[in-house]
Design a protein around this ligand. Structure first.
Ligand code: LLP
Length: 416
């Protein structure tokens, strides 16, 4: 699995391409997200194999929704976990089979519920007793039945940034255990709902499977109770959250999470249920890089600033979660005094942190591990166009988006 690497001469490679060579490609510009499609495919193969037959990897599309990536995953048998009507329409158009799609989300619009019911997806994962009634009413109005799952909040805390912990008592997500009995009863009372699954998602950037298994155990207990009542569900969904190595510690591999999930399922004697997992980050994170041009250095008493053309509008994670992303020069291994790397946006939070890059200011830098929650969280803030996207496969550029159009932003604001 490739992603970013360096050869014995210290030259950096990404997706089988020598980065310095691609930088002179006439149609490529900066800032740009480069994606390694072969790496994404290999990562997916490994996880699908680890989960084994009867498992379903439902990729969390919010991590990266580029159709070229969705197609690579679909071709590997990966399904989709979507959180909006937009994402649902996207995966359907890319050709993901409806029975491989689940939709999550704490405040689904009525139009999104309708779309999910009509498309006949695997399940609408319901996040409150109130939502049970809303989905039942829509199924009835459409004159059909809806396949639903209950997403349970397992009340499990994780060691991660507060913004990415979703399975604890105070989170808005999922049905608290205290409300679960009510939600099951409401589903059972409805004659337009089929309860086909029980799901959970404890949070993101997990380093070990333990909290994942703790949350999954809650799902198992509910599934066992359901089966004992003669109302067994079809599938268990333990969620996503498998961490990746951002350069500050190696999490266990996604396959270890899948194996831990399977082991639990076996121990709980629940192998008669299908197992669904919902990873986003681990399939794409390491296989995306944000490639930026260095605008200029700025050496002051405060810092050795390195001013680059990429910014928090392109990659929000450092500003929003104080996330660390490794940053490296393409032509030389890390050396010299650290630079404090910042972008042009007028916010102090537009700061990628201190990095040892090269002795002199380099011409470009590569912000690593930006394939997940990078482009999907980008904005036009400060009147900046969205970054270019470049898709690499077989050691070459497969295709790329047009150069970003600053006039597009200008026109939209003139029309406002
Ligand atoms: N399933 C559900 C219900 C989720 O809410 C999420 C992520 C996932 C699956 C996938 O989690 P993953 O495997 O990617 O960790 N923007 C943040 C991450 C927010 C995650 C939101 N939910 C970041 O950049 O770290």
């Amino acid at each position: 699995m490739a992603g970013f690497s360096r050869d014995s001469q210290g030259r950096a490679w990404f997706g089988g391409c020598l980065i310095t060579e691609l930088l002179s490609h006439p149609e490529l510009t900066t800032p740009a997200y480069w994606y390694d499609l072969d790496g994404i495919g290999a990562e997916a193969d490994e996880l699908v194999a680890a989960l084994g037959p009867g498992g379903l990897v439902a990729y969390a599309v919010k991590a990266n929704s580029a159709a070229s990536i969705l197609r690579v995953l679909k071709d590997r048998g990966v399904g989709a976990d979507v959180v909006s009507g937009g994402e649902l329409r996207l995966v359907l158009q890319v050709g993901v089979a409806p029975d491989r799609i689940v939709i999550s989300g704490v405040a689904k619009a009525t139009s999104e519920i309708d779309l999910a019911i009509s498309a006949g997806i695997r399940a609408i994962q319901i996040e409150s007793p109130e939502e049970v009634l809303r989905v039942a009413a829509r199924a009835q109005a459409l004159g059909t039945r809806a396949r639903v799952a209950l997403r349970i909040n397992p009340s499990v805390a994780i060691d991660a940034h507060a913004h990415v912990a979703t399975g604890h008592d105070k989170a808005k997500f999922g049905i608290p255990l205290a409300n679960a009995a009510e939600a099951f009863a409401l589903v059972d009372q409805s004659d337009s709902l089929d309860l086909v699954g029980i799901s959970t998602h404890v949070g993101s950037t997990l380093m070990t499977p333990e909290p994942y298994v703790s949350a999954a155990r809650v799902v198992c207990e509910l599934a066992i109770a359901r089966r004992a009542q003669g109302k067994a569900v079809e599938y268990l969904d333990f969620g996503g959250g498998f961490g990746i190595d951002y350069g500050r510690g190696k999490p266990e591999r996604p396959a270890a999470f899948a194996q831990a999930a399977r082991t639990l399922q076996r121990e709980q004697n629940l192998l008669d249920h299908r197992l669904v997992v919902e990873p986003g980050r681990c399939l794409v994170g390491a296989y995306g890089a944000l490639v930026c041009r260095v605008v200029q250095p700025k050496i002051t008493a405060a810092a050795r600033w390195l001013l680059i053309d990429g910014a928090m509008n392109d990659l929000l994670r450092p500003a929003l979660y104080q996330a660390h992303h490794r940053i490296e020069a393409p032509d030389t291994p890390p050396a010299g005094e650290p630079f404090r790397i910042v972008g042009p946006v007028c916010e102090s939070a537009d700061d990628f942190g201190s990095h040892v890059v090269s002795k002199q200011a380099p011409s470009h830098v590569v912000i690593r591990d930006a394939g997940a929650y990078g482009y999907t969280m980008a904005s036009n803030y400060n009147g900046r166009p969205l970054p270019q996207e470049v898709f690499l496969a077989g050691g070459a550029v497969l295709h790329h988006s047009p150069r970003p159009d600053a006039d597009g932003w200008l026109r939209s604001r003139l029309d406002a």
